[in-house]
Design a protein around this ligand. Sequence first.
Ligand code: URA
Length: 249
Amino acid sequence: MALDPRRAAVWQAMGLGPVWQSRGSAPVAAEDRTATVPAVEPVQASAAAVAMDWPTLRERVASCVACGLCKTRTQTVFGVGHAQAHWMIVGEAPGAEEDARGEPFVGQAGRLLDNMLASVGMSRQAAGATEAVFIANVLKCRPPNNRNPEPSEVASCQPFLQRQLELVGPKLVIVMGRFAAQSLLATEASIASLRGKVHGIDVAGRRVPVIVTYHPAYLLRNLADKSKSWADLCLARSTYRDLADRAAQ
Ligand code: URA
């Protein structure tokens, strides 16, 4: 899928090149292109995340003032889980509870996420990397009143998530919700058209499979779609197992 030229220019300017470029997504019908993440504007500071180690990255996120969200946050929300987790979960941005507690997905949606992960044998608390997830958001700070993230905020924060991906080195990534999916896969396609396929991103020269599913907060309001989300998790599990089997051969 062709990348929005403005967005492509930003990736280029940040030296991110193809890192976030999705390959292999099916073309999307015009009627599927509903509300989309707006194109990203030029960026600044946090691009220096590129070579940071984990403690430095954590510190840099905690003290970040690269966008206006630093003025309204209680604290940053770095992420949680095993630092070498085999799965990485990417959500949108902290909400009120996450902002208060400093951990992603701790509200009702977080409890649903934990249950969903447990159903496929994965957990944010697992001691072993193979059963562990690392959970992070596209944005590390809460947008006031839970408004949608601004393109400039996404651009400021993006190097942090990219570096987290590089350092964790997940074997599989699950993106939750339209916003995270469109940001990570650099696409304007709808979530309906992105689900049910194995996408991919390049992380530090390695192709990592990406599965798109609904955001847990959406599932709380749309119970009928839980079965689709279960199918997505099954796809994630089988994709991961195939990879592990291939690696063992
Ligand atoms: N929604 C998200 O996308 N992330 C969180 O951490 C909490 C709610």
